[in-house]
Ligand binder design. Structure first.
Ligand code: UD1
Ligand code: UDP
Length: 376
């Protein structure tokens, strides 16, 4: 008899990080793998499903413009409860710290289905930062009976909270599995490379002019009230440099889009582009010289590509990359962002110190470790 595993996710980063695990579950005898997407994100989720060829068994299709946290939480709990009653899974797998993750864990708990938490144990220690993700991750960790911790730092956080060692598996982060899959596809396919070059022609133009590429993303809820304004203003200042081109794939959150358009829309040195599919974004990271972001996933990916990252947050639940020297916290402080970016652009020694390609988050085999543990 096979074990029925229902994997639940809803946003872009969860989908990217669950995609390689779904591939590993799909080829494993003894596991029946089912997928339910909440579609907390719609277009940005579908981009990932398309690239990785994932066909969800259930799509809750919940996204609404400007959705609030109570809406996401209550809808996911209500709708997923019906799915659990119908499918009767032996286990539910969730990822990370989104509101989909937390609400799916609660629905599983109410239905008496055990929860495996992928990317478990990351902590800032500050319940308001990132908001609401730190609480989402803690609630999920309290419910889960199996914790897939990406690093020993995250394992130790769980141990300190009283989780039993035998309930934790240190696996590496599945984002590195996804990154290596994508990088391999780009490397092995001339057709993909020419599609990417044609879609992003300004990269080659900038390189021809001898410019450096600064890649930036931003979306965190705690940065929507002023923080992003400072970040985008700093990017506008950096784009004044003749040796810099700024590229911003703009998150579909309407607040982010409006802010980006009003501060950067008329700036000739800035390319505001739509959210990129994963292959295109990996290509963009690989072509860039410096990354400025509040994204969790990008902090984990960029060190593999040897790209320095300035993180526009005050806290991070990912201290490993700071320790490794490839990531620096700069907050949403305009002056600090401009100063730190300028140092990296002007001082080759500072740049070299932050651009060593060592990645503390994994070796690309996290998914296999998770599947092995699920089979035990
Ligand atoms: C969510 C997660 C955050 C994660 C981020 C990744 C929560 C509370 N937040 O934040 O942890 O880091 O996703 O990007 O779970 N929208 C679209 N199309 C899309 C996606 C979003 O139009 O494909 C718009 C909608 O108007 C939506 C809004 O963006 O209401 C916000 O989306 P939401 O998922 O609520 O929050 P994020 O800030 O994206
Ligand atoms: N990403 C992408 N296209 C983009 C921007 C980001 O595929 O245009 C990927 C990125 O490589 C990373 C993930 O999306 O794997 C990060 O998503 P996001 O920043 O939305 O969420 P977070 O990581 O902060 O939770």
């Amino acid at each position: 008899m096979s074990t029925k595993i229902l994997t639940v996710f809803g946003t872009r980063p969860e989908a990217i990080k669950m995609a390689p695990l779904l591939k590993a579950l799909g080829r494993q005898d003894g596991i029946e793998s089912l997928v339910c997407v909440t579609a907390q994100h719609r277009e940005m989720l579908d981009q990932v499903l398309d690239i990785f060829g994932i066909q969800p068994d259930i799509d809750l299709n919940i996204m609404q413009a400007g959705q609030g946290l109570p809406y996401i939480t209550s809808t996911v709990i209500g709708e997923l409860t019906k799915v659990i009653q119908e499918l009767r899974p032996d286990r539910i797998l969730v990822h990370g710290d989104t509101t989909t993750t937390m609400a799916a864990s609660l629905a599983a708990f109410y239905a008496g289905v055990p929860v495996g938490h992928v990317e478990a144990g990351l902590r800032t220690g500050n319940i308001k930062s990132p908001w609401p993700e730190e609480l989402n991750r803690r609630i999920t960790g309290t419910i889960a009976d199996l914790h897939f911790a990406p690093t020993t730092v995250s394992r130790d956080n769980l141990l300190r909270e009283g989780v039993k060692p035998e309930a934790i598996e240190v696996t590496g982060n599945t984002v590195i599995d996804a990154l290596l899959l994508a990088a391999g596809e780009i490397e092995n396919s001339a057709a993909i490379r020419s599609r990417l070059s044609a879609a992003l022609p300004f990269l080659a133009d900038a390189k021809q002019r001898g410019q450096r590429i600064v890649l930036a993303t931003g979306h965190r809820r705690e940065n929507l009230d002023g923080g992003l304004t400072a970040v985008f203003t700093a990017l506008a200042r950096l784009a004044e440099r003749p040796d810099v081109t700024v590229v911003v794939p703009v998150h579909l959150n309407p607040i982010v889009r409006n802010e980006a358009q009003s501060i950067l829309g008329d700036n000739a040195g800035v390319h505001l582009i739509a959210p990129q599919d994963y292959l295109a974004f990996v290509h963009l990271m690989a072509q860039s010289d410096l990354i400025i972001t509040d994204s969790g996933g990008v902090q984990e990916e960029a060190p593999s590509l040897g790209k320095p990252v300035l993180v526009t947050r005050d806290t991070t639940e990912r201290p490993e990359a700071i320790e490794a020297g490839t990531v620096k916290l700069v907050g949403c402080d305009e002056e600090e962002i401009v100063a730190q970016a300028s140092t990296l652009l002007d001082d080759p020694a500072s740049y070299d110190r932050m651009s060593t390609a060592t990645n503390p988050y994994g070796d690309g085999r996290a998914s296999d470790r998770i599947v092995s543990r699920l089979l035990q």
